[in-house]
Design a protein. Sequence first.
Length: 233
Amino acid sequence: MGDHGVVKQSVLVVEDDARIRAVMRMSLEEEGYEVREAESGEAALRSFEARLPDIVLVDLMLPDMSGFEVCRSLRQNSGVPIVVVSARADTHDVVAGLEAGADDYVTKPFVAKELAARMRALLRRVGAGDVRESEYRFGDLEIEPDAGVVRRDGTEVALTKTEFRLLCELARHAGSVLSREQLLDRVWGYDYLGDGRLVDAHVRRLRTKIERDPSDPDLIMTIRGLGYRMTKP
């Protein structure tokens, strides 16, 4: 418990370098988080199973299993926000981390205030209650924003919270093109922060879950040079 009985949000830091863990712990505790640490992928999965954190920070280079594997394992049964923190900033690694299930990424060396800002944006979006919305139907795809449920052919589709918010944002503006910048602002809560690759990777993940043929989508269309558009019902 924090001051005045406020429950602190918990963050699980998965990082094998003890010095970096110490820096992250100090900066995150200053931001008001309860910090738990794991020095390996296996330790992270054990800690996660023992007590669900509010958000997870994962290094890609771990001694026993990669950060990609950790993300995929967590994603099998949880939609908890995941941020990849890595010294590997090239496009392949960033996209691979996002497609393994991460919601965002930060490169080392990172600025503590920027990391904290990204975490706050993700947590704020996860906890935000939207105005009540009616259901959306796109053929055999049903979206129930209030219930947090998506069905295809009557079968529930498992989405992360970020994927669900992205799908709802596209459905809400079906027939209109939304730019990557608009989607970053509305789904991730970033204005100048963020990267269009976040949007692209999440759209690809969404397509694998809701499209008949993800390589030839008929629901979420790419409008070259502009952004994405959900086909009108």
